[in-house]
Design a protein around this ligand. Structure first.
Ligand code: AMP
Length: 214
């Protein structure tokens, strides 16, 4: 059983790298942001509680976040382990997590602020199937349309200049410092997130002592 946490600013490739690792190692990928987006899209009560904070790039309250993480992990569908993405993002969340779970490794994807802005502002999502695109590196064949299902490509509601600035501020002030807390108790590997997707995946596996990607 392997339990990992992945930490990095928005646009550092947390979701992409988590999915690659999860697919190969049969881990469950838990993205708190995805859980919240599902609730917003499906107009649930939780969705109504988090929507405004998310759109502004602010952090959702710790109680709500911890509840979501606890409920998700209590499903115990992670026989081979999990990789949790987007959590913890504050000191309190990190302390809550370390009290309840043993972690095998913390993956820190490191990306400079100017590259974060460049990537996030170029990010697009298919409004139908959720496929990710990037207008810099991963353009769709037909402008504005998904290659897989033909759905319309849209920007995430929180991928605006203002929200990116707020999320970066939160990341530098609240999330990055918790790496030290993990560093004292757990195994943190820092990976340069600037190279391409495959190169980053290879490096993080080497650093975690895992077999190379299949
Ligand atoms: P993400 O997709 O991980 O960038 O998350 C999108 C948004 O969900 C964030 O900007 C926050 O508003 C909220 N969110 C996700 N994870 C957390 C967390 N651990 N703590 C507080 N807010 C969160």
């Amino acid at each position: 059983m392997r339990k990992y946490v992945i930490i990095g600013a928005q646009g550092s490739g947390k979701g992409t790298q988590s999915l690659l690792l999860a697919r190969d190692l049969d881990l469950v990928h838990i993205s708190v942001g995805d859980v919240f987006r599902w609730h917003v899209q499906n107009h649930t009560k939780l969705g109504a509680q988090v929507r405004r904070a998310m759109a502004a790039g602010e952090l959702v309250g710790d109680d709500l976040v911890e509840g979501v993480v606890r409920d998700r992990l209590e499903q115990h569908d992670w026989n081979y382990g999990f990789i949790i993405d987007g959590f913890p993002r504050s000191r309190r969340q990190a302390e809550f997590f370390l009290e309840s779970y043993d972690i095998d490794g913390v993956i820190h994807l490191d990306l400079p602020d100017d590259e974060v802005r460049r990537r996030v502002l170029a990010r697009r999502l298919c409004s139908e199937c959720g496929m990710d695109y990037n207008l810099i590196a991963d353009r769709p064949t037909q402008e504005g349309r998904c290659d897989v299902c033909g759905g319309e490509l849209v920007a995430r509601e929180d991928d605006t200049e203002e929200a990116v600035t707020e999320r970066l501020r939160n990341y530098r002030e609240k999330t990055a410092p918790i790496l030290e807390l993990f560093g004292r108790k757990e195994y943190v590997v820092t990976v340069d997130a600037r190279p391409g997707i495959d190169a980053v995946q290879r490096t993080l596996r080497e650093k975690l002592g895992l077999p190379a990607p299949r």
